[in-house]
Every structure is written in structure tokens, then in C-alpha cells.
Design a protein around this ligand. Structure first.
Ligand code: ATP
Ligand code: MG
Length: 399
């Protein structure tokens, strides 16, 4: 019932890496020409793990937007903004927190995982527990239907869906729905209101689908209706209640979990990443020194690709003939590990070349990036405010 929208964000905790590109950014770039897209810097989320030393956040914010632009995100198509510049996200987070059972948050797998992996930080905080709830607010506030993210985020999208469902269940049952729908009918003007009610009767009493379509088209065209009145009239038409928040879907890429240099998930925090705009010498060195099948000690020892992190890179970067050559050469000790790594190095450098070129104008003139983000913040804020009006009203705060 609401327009399709795409929302996704990333934490400004360091330079973006190839995992971000293959796991999320590729879909961002694809979707931006298909649907309205909003992409944001999740600076509040960065604070959940960096609250004691937030210095990295500000520089990473601007660098990250440059990384997005480098990857092909087009500011003429997508809206780019900073989470904390749209304070309505915090308001929705607070309102959602009232009815979110603690157990839902405690059971999210990343909650325990991250606490263990980042054991040097004290993550026994209120903010860290609320991480997925803030994320839910980020997405639900735009009534997004699709969220392009990496595989690790799927449980977070699932909890968003539950939160939206619970919200609609609790607050979608508006008191005096009939009266409010009839009051909204008056806002259509007397002629259109009469037609709307006739079409509604035709649909509800005679099952006339054409009448339903006609009435819907009429509501779509009615410029002077607020979002909430429009939804009420849609709901009234079909004899149902309104859905205030939309349940979003996760959208994954083919390589939704790119491994890092050590074979574990590539991550900013685990020191196993190749940055999107890393220089060629450093990329070459990192891949050349990356571990391979531990059983393959000497050049003459045959190896097992399934035990080698480089093989996982071949899966993402190599065409089938190169994969065949690498697997055969590894198993038969026909090629050495350095030889096997070369096509991966070449493919990564080739992927990075256009990104470096696209980033350059923004590095030369950082004011371009600030202007893109300022414009995006304004646009996002307007959309967020629309939803918040409905949310407040549904929760009895529509003074
Ligand atoms: P941190 O370690 O600070 O959490 P991160 O590298 O996990 O950093 P996030 O900002 O948490 O990055 O993730 C941003 C987006 O990139 C998410 O959609 C996430 O799923 C995706 N992503 C991150 N790492 C990978 C990866 N290795 N493979 C695929 N997608 C990834
Ligand atoms: Mg992460």
C-alpha cells in the first residue's frame, strides 16, 4: 500500500572493504535505478561499540560516503544521509522500545557473538542491546520494503519484521476507525466523496473488483489527502484496518558473506580486510601473504581447495576456467600457491581501478560530498517526519 522503498546503512568505523562491496554495495548500485533508495551513515550505531573513543566516526563518515560514490552509488538517484541528522530515528527507537520484549533483543545471535568477538570492549550496555531496535527504527521510519544487506544482517531484518507486526497489531486498531474514515471521506470533496462511497459499496456488496481499482486510483490521485487519511480510506475500502509500518525484506547478493584474508567473515574489526580503495602494493602483499591450506607445506605437497581461504576468493573473482585450473593445480601440486593467487590479485586490482577513478573528484573537493549529504539529510528527514506523524497519532500522541 505504501510505495516500495529501499533502505540500508553502514557503520562509519573504518574504511569499507571488499565484503561491503560484494555483500551490500553491489545491490545498492543495482537498486538505485529501480526504486527510491535511501542509504545512510549509521553513526549512532558506530557509537554502540566505539562510545569510549568516537574519534574514528567523523573521519570515517566522510570517507565512507566517498567509498559509496566510488563503488558507483549515484547521488542523483539515491538519497545519502547521516542517521544522527534525522533525529526522528531516535524518536521512533524510543517509542518502539516501549513495547519490545527484552528477550527478543537478548536472543539476537549477533548480541552474544559480538560481545565475545570484541571481548576487549565492554559491550554490556543499554545501547548495544538496543542495536537491532535502532536498526528497526532506521528502516521502519521509511516504510522500506527492501533492505540490501550481507548475510550477517538477516536476523536483524527478521526482528524488524516482528517489531513492525507487533506495532501494527497494537496500534493499527484505531479507536473510532469508522468515524475517522468517514471524516477523511469528506476531505475528498463532496463529489468525489460520493463516488468513493458508491464504489466502496459496489466492491463490498457486489464483489466488483473494477470498482475497487477505480476507487484506489481515485485515492492515489487525491493530492490533498494526508498519508494517514489515504491509508484510512484504503483500509475502509477493503474493509480492513490500516497497517502503519511496513514489514521489510532482506535482499542478499550472491556473495552475501565474503571471507576475509583468514577465511573468517571479512570485517573492519577483525583486521582481515582489503579496503575498497587500498593501494595496489598493499593488496598484492596481503594476498601473497594470506594463509593457504595448512597441510600444503612444501610446493610439492598436494592441497585441498576446500581448506584454503584463497579458494573462496576464486569463487567470487574467477571465471570457471580459472577455478578449474586452480583446483586441479592445487590438488595435483601442479601449481604453487603464489601462482594460484595471481589471478585473484589481478581481478581485485581490476575491480578497484574504476573505484579509484570515481573517488578522485570527491577527494579533490570534499565540499561536493558535504553538499550531497546535506541535500540527502533534508530529503530523508521529510519522509521520516511523514511516518512519525502517523506513528504518533496511532499511539495516541497526535496532539
Ligand atoms: P564491524 O566489524 O564494524 O561491524 P563490518 O565490516 O561488519 O564492520 P558493517 O558496517 O557492520 O561492517 O556492515 C555493513 C554492511 O556490509 C552490512 O550489510 C553487512 O552485512 C555487509 N557486510 C559486512 N561485511 C561483509 C562481508 N564480509 N561479506 C558480505 N557482506 C558484508
Ligand atoms: Mg558488522
Amino acid at each position: 500500500m505504501y510505495p516500495d522503498r529501499v533502505v540500508s546503512g553502514m557503520r562509519p568505523t573504518g574504511a569499507l572493504h571488499l565484503g561491503h562491496y560484494h555483500g551490500a554495495l553491489k545491490n545498492w548500485v543495482k537498486l538505485q535505478s529501480e526504486l527510491p533508495c535511501l542509504f545512510f551513515v549509521a553513526d549512532w550505531h558506530a557509537l554502540t561499540t566505539h562510545y569510549d573513543d568516537p574519534s574514528v566516526i567523523e573521519t570515517s563518515t566522510w570517507e565512507m560516503v566517498i567509498d559509496w560514490l566510488a563503488a558507483g552509488v549515484d547521488p542523483a538517484q539515491a538519497t545519502l544521509f547521516i542517521q544522527s541528522r534525522v533525529p526522528e530515528h531516535a524518536e521512533l527507537h524510543l517509542l518502539l522500545s516501549m513495547a519490545t520484549p527484552l528477550g527478543w533483543l537478548e536472543r539476537v545471535p549477533t548480541y552474544k557473538d559480538q560481545q565475545e568477538k570484541l571481548a576487549d570492549r565492554d559491550l554490556a550496555t543499554y545501547g548495544f542491546l538496543g542495536y537491532p531496535l535502532l536498526q528497526a527504527a532506521d528502516v521502519l521510519i521509511y516504510r522500506a520494503s527492501q533492505v540490501p544487506v550481507g548475510e550477517d544482517q538477516v536476523p536483524h531484518i527478521e526482528i524488524m519484521r516482528e517489531i513492525a507486526r507487533r506495532f501494527n497489531h497494537l496500534y493499527g486498531k484505531e479507536k473510532g476507525f469508522e468515524e475517522k474514515a468517514l471524516a477523511a471521506t469528506k476531505k475528498l470533496g463532496s463529489k468525489r466523496a460520493k463516488l468513493y462511497l458508491e464504489l466502496r459499496t459496489q466492491f463490498q456488496e457486489k464483489g466488483d473488483d473494477e470498482a475497487l481499482e477505480q476507487a484506489k486510483a481515485m485515492l492515489d490521485d487525491a493530492q490533498n489527502l494526508s498519508m494517514i487519511d489515504r491509508e484510512r480510506l484504503f483500509g475502509y475500502l477493503e474493509g480492513s484496518r490500516k497497517l502503519i509500518l511496513t514489514e521489510p525484506q532482506a535482499m542478499l547478493t550472491e556473495a552475501s558473506r565474503l571471507p576475509g584474508l583468514d577465511g573468517a567473515k571479512m570485517s573492519k574489526s577483525y583486521g582481515n580486510a582489503i579496503a575498497l580503495r587500498e593501494d595496489a602494493a598493499s593488496v598484492t602483499k596481503k594476498v601473497k601473504t594470506m594463509p593457504t591450506d595448512p597441510q600444503r607445506v612444501r610446493r610439492s605437497d598436494p592441497g585441498d581447495p576446500d581448506k584454503c581461504p584463497v579458494w573462496q576468493f576464486h569463487q567470487v573473482y574467477s571465471p570457471s576456467e580459472v577455478k578449474e585450473w586452480a583446483a586441479k593445480g592445487c590438488r595435483s601440486a601442479g601449481i604453487g600457491c603464489l601462482e594460484c593467487k595471481q589471478p585473484v590479485i589481478d581481478a581485485i586490482l581490476q575491480e578497484q581501478q574504476p573505484m579509484l577513478e570515481r573517488a578522485q573528484p570527491y577527494l579533490d573537493d570534499p565540499s561536493l560530498v558535504r553538499a550531497i549529504v546535506a541535500d540527502g539529510c533534508d530529503k530523508a528527514r521529510k519522509l521520516a517526519q511523514d511516518t512519525m506523524r502517523d506513528v504518533r497519532e496511532a499511539m495516541g500522541l497526535g496532539y
